[in-house]
Design a binder for this molecule. Structure first.
Ligand SMILES: Cc1cc2nc3c(=O)[nH]c(=O)nc-3n(C[C@H](O)[C@H](O)[C@H](O)COP(=O)(O)OP(=O)(O)OC[C@H]3O[C@@H](n4cnc5c(N)ncnc54)[C@H](O)[C@@H]3O)c2cc1C
Length: 490
């Protein structure tokens, strides 16, 4: 059951103002319309928003936010809703501001290697808009055919190519922001390394808690002269992990380096049938090298040798775009393919030092056995960013709690070996109770100061990222999500 029926607020005065501003088509208020917006990619928690508003311009966003501020109504921003940590999960009696009508490319400046976009534009569209001229936009989350640039900015998203090129923050030059009081400000600019405080850096990764990005200036890069993808298969994940460490130790920085274990390989082959991933392999490694032709040829040979030295059974290489795409296809479809194995999955997102890969994967397997769940592993191996996918059935009473406890143990393990509780999916509603695993009270307090400077009334995405004292300690995870007023499990 969903909590919405108990809502008390009379939305009519706000709806009237929103309709006057963005028109009838830009406001959703009927129950059946709101259902779509109850959750993001963290589907186990749902909360229906009070009203959904779809502005088209910065000025409209500013006015919507001013109305919220005047009525002291919290607001949550939503891009495409693919976030996996509950960042765009509505809070009780909130206005959900959705950017999906803000999908314009405002400027393309090839000479200066930059584009200016509205936040709702889909990640992949940026590359599509400039690829004909020999450019690309580097950060490429696996969700890139659907997620928005605004969401990427808010989550500081990563992707396959972030090993070499860096995550979103390395590609955002400037932002036009609507602050939580409705004022419009510009941070950063048209060139990198602007003087003064790095407010662009502060905003990127702030998960909708500091305001709304309404125009984003992105850095684009020249398409490399040559690209090659290698697929190496191994008997064990330890062997593949050894190859990852050795490739980096040899001073090679591939464009991307991804690993999938046996469970994931078989799920993917069942669903997208690439025909390229050997079903009996303990693990496969996908390594992309790019750059000048001569560099690619040399690195390809060096990587193949390192993989063989670590026990690779076979190595396939692809230079032409079509075969490269075929090799990547399975990896890109890996999360979706989990539906073949299990009705539900809970994806974790931890980071570990690369040297701990084999140890941590063994520990995760042991934890899975302890809790009685299969855990598939698909991840950005090059930067130690793990994505253990815990397979479960949410219709079994108590399963979600157990799965979350298992996920929590995995995160604590990541921290214990010197890693982090999030590589790219953000903290959102999902992981805020684990913040004290990484940060001291003083650290968290400092972050709160920053939040309060931008968001003094606490109306922008309240309850996300930060734990309250009650949500720390034993049994914190369940409490932390329940603490969202009105959030109910379904
Ligand atoms: C199958 C799948 C694969 C994925 N693979 C990856 C991956 O490889 N790498 C990765 O990093 N992530 C990945 N993700 C997670 C997700 O796609 C990213 O976090 C993405 O950046 C979210 O974008 P979105 O538009 O869906 O944002 P939403 O989910 O709508 O919102 C995410 C957060 O951003 C805030 N927000 C949205 N727009 C704005 C704005 N304009 N201004 C301020 N705040 C805003 C929201 O309030 C929320 O806190 C994956 C998700 C799925 C479902």
């Amino acid at each position: 059951m969903i909590a919405q029926e108990k809502q008390q607020r009379n939305w009519q005065p706000l709806i009237k103002e929103f309709v006057a501003l963005v028109g009838k088509n830009g406001v959703m208020q009927r129950r059946e319309e709101l259902i779509t917006y109850e959750c993001d990619g963290l589907t186990s928690y749902r909360q229906r928003p009070g009203v959904v508003v779809l502005p088209r311009t910065t000025e409209q966003v500013a006015e919507v936010v001013k109305i919220c501020s005047r009525h002291s109504v919290p607001f949550v921003t939503r891009g495409a809703g693919t976030g996996l940590s509950g960042g765009a999960l509505p809070v009780e009696n909130c206005v959900l501001i959705v950017t999906s009508l803000m999908r314009k490319i405002l400027d393309i400046d090839l000479e200066n290697h930059r584009v200016v976009v509205q936040p709702g534009i889909i990640n992949n569209w940026v590359t599509q808009a400039v690829s004909g001229a020999g450019f690309f936009y580097a950060p490429d989350p696996s969700s890139q055919i659907i997620c928005s640039i605004g969401g990427n900015v808010a989550e500081n998203s990563g992707g396959v190519h972030c090993l070499k090129y860096g995550v979103t923050t390395n590609h955002v030059l400037g932002l036009k922001l609507v602050l939580p009081d409705g004022s419009i400000v510009d941070v950063g600019g048209q060139i990198p390394e602007m003087p003064g405080y790095d407010l662009t850096g502060v905003f990127v990764g702030s998960e909708g808690t500091l305001g709304i990005a309404t125009e984003i200036t992105l850095r684009i890069l020249k398409t490399p002269e040559s690209i090659c993808v290698l697929l190496a298969d191994f008997n064990t994940v330890e062997e593949a992990g050894g190859a990852v460490s050795d490739i980096i130790s040899a001073g090679i920085i591939p464009g991307g380096m991804e690993m999938m274990d046996n469970l994931s390989i078989n799920a993917v082959e069942d669903v997208v049938a690439t025909g390229c991933y050997p079903r009996d392999a303990g693990a496969i490694l996908l390594v992309e090298v790019d750059g000048l032709e001569v560099e690619v040829v040399t690195n390809k040979q060096r990587i193949a040798k390192i993989c063989q030295h670590n026990g690779a059974r076979s190595i396939t290489t692809a230079n032409d775009p079509e075969t490269r795409l075929k090799l990547w296809k399975g990896r890109k479809a890996a999360f979706a393919a989990m539906g073949k194995l299990s009705p539900d999955y809970y994806v974790q997102d931890g980071v570990i030092p690369r040297t701990q890969l084999s140890f941590v994967l063994k520990e995760i397997e042991a934890l899975g056995q302890k809790y009685g769940y299969y855990v598939a592993n698909v991840f950005h191996a090059g930067d130690g960013n793990l994505h253990p996918l815990i397979l479960y059935d949410n219709s079994v009473p108590g399963a979600l709690e157990k799965v979350e406890a298992l996920g929590g143990e995995i995160l604590k393990l990541c921290v214990k070996v010197g890693g982090s509780i999030s590589g790219e999916h953000g903290i959102g509603a999902d992981k805020r109770c684990y913040m004290p695993e990484m940060f001291s009270e003083a650290d968290l307090e400092t972050m709160q100061w920053v939040r309060q400077v931008f968001n003094p009334k606490g109306l922008a995405n309240p309850g996300k990222i930060f734990p309250t004292p009650r949500t720390c300690g034993e049994g914190a995870r369940a409490d932390s999500v329940k603490q969202f007023k009105g959030v109910e499990r379904f």
